[in-house]
Design a protein around this ligand. Structure first.
Ligand SMILES: [Zn+2]
Length: 389
């Protein structure tokens, strides 16, 4: 079987002679009749459902110059092609340029293709698509589909990006980050989840250096002959983590180390002190979110929300609620101690049980325990303002 990558076919070419069948809900033909968009075995057009969000997203991607992914054609004979993969995307552009639906412009106004400025129209029509033309028997094509996993497990996004931006940069990146022979992979696995050959490490490296804009980054570095910046940034993050946290804990794997590095790497930390804190918190049963321990420590050990600290149980809360409410009623004050010392209408308000939350009188982070002696009920507003400390 032969596959050829076509990079010069434009939206305009594809939409030449595009026919959309309203009755059957199918995009039928394109490429001046040469292309059958929806062979019988394909599922129906689904991008128009759910308010058309998906078909609008396709057009918005095209307008922004983002790639809409690889498309696969099956070459039946010299004059006949069928869409193997990509019919939803092709039907979306076909329907748009034939004014079947509108997108929203910057001001939220509906905009049909027919009413667009010429430069925008041209931008859409001149967009080139990435198309693999495959020629072979049906069984060969099915076999090949299986190999590249399209039919079964879909390509992970990074695999698709690697295909779209293939070139020297991707080649070097894969050599470094998806090479199981690289001895560093094991070290990196302490911090990064996923498998090297499914591009988890390459993806993470790109995600960190690009601050989440992998697409843009790959597009602008596509023809670079080196990956120095990528490697340097990735190693800075890994070095920083492994110096600050000297012990490798299983809870570290898959944390947002890129973001943590950006936020905290300029602060000074004492690794010995940190190591002791980590061990203490990971051993404390009140800490429900053990993965939050690392950022909690980096962030000066104040934001207990990161730890999801186990709070007081219901019986305890009800006892305290009853006690506080009884005292408050005899004094004519609010049963929320903080409301009662205020100056607004709430100073004598008696809150219902469900309107209040339990609070540690002595903050948990300062050693306050989660037992009844350290419990008070606050109205939800005051509890939130106190920040669950
Ligand atoms: Zn209150």
């Amino acid at each position: 079987m032969k596959t050829i990558l076509k990079t010069e076919i434009t939206v305009k070419n594809i939409c030449e002679g595009f026919v959309y069948n309203e009755l059957e809900g199918k995009g039928l033909f394109g490429l001046s009749g040469k292309l059958t968009i929806q062979p019988e075995y394909q599922r129906n057009y689904i991008y128009a459902s759910d308010g058309g969000k998906k078909e609008m997203a396709v057009i918005e991607s095209v307008l922004k110059g983002y790639p809409i992914g690889l498309i696969y054609f099956n070459k039946v004979n010299e004059d006949k092609l069928e869409v193997l993969d990509g019919q939803q995307r092709i039907t979306s552009v076909g329907r748009f340029v034939t004014d079947k639906f509108a997108i929203k412009d910057e001001n939220g106004m509906e905009q049909y293709f027919g009413g667009m400025a010429k430069d925008k129209k041209d931008k859409i029509l001149e967009t080139k698509l990435l198309i693999y033309e495959c020629a072979g028997t049906e069984s060969q094509i099915k076999e090949w589909f299986k190999t590249i996993n399209i039919a079964g497990v879909p390509l992970v996004p990074q695999e698709l990006l690697n295909a779209i931006y293939s070139g020297p940069f991707v080649t070097l990146g894969k050599e470094e980050f998806s090479n199981s022979q690289n001895a560093n992979i094991q070290k990196w696995s302490a911090y990064i989840k996923g498998s090297a050959n499914r591009q988890a490490f390459f993806e993470r490296a790109l995600d960190w250096v690009s601050k989440g804009n992998i697409d843009d980054y790959m597009s602008s570095h596509r023809f670079d002959k080196n990956i120095n910046e990528l490697k340097k940034y990735f190693n800075s993050v890994i070095d920083w983590v492994s110096i600050v946290f000297t012990d490798v804990e299983s809870e570290m794997c898959g944390l947002e180390w890129g973001r943590l590095y950006e936020t905290y790497h300029k602060n000074a930390y004492d690794p010995v002190e940190i190591s002791a804190q980590v061990r203490k918190l990971l051993g404390d049963y009140v800490v429900k979110d053990r993965r939050g321990v690392f950022e909690f420590i980096l962030d000066d050990s104040v934001n207990t929300k990161l730890l999801n600290v186990r709070v007081f149980d219901d019986p305890t809360k009800k006892v305290i609620y009853a006690k506080q409410t009884k005292t408050a009623q005899t004094k004519g004050k609010s049963n929320c101690p903080l409301c009662s010392i205020g100056h607004d209408a709430n100073k004598s308000k008696i809150w219902g049980f469900s309107e209040m939350d339990a609070d540690h009188v002595a903050a948990w982070s300062k050693g306050g325990k989660s037992d009844i002696k350290n419990c008070q009920m606050l109205c939800k507003t005051h509890n939130r303002a106190k920040g669950n400390r």
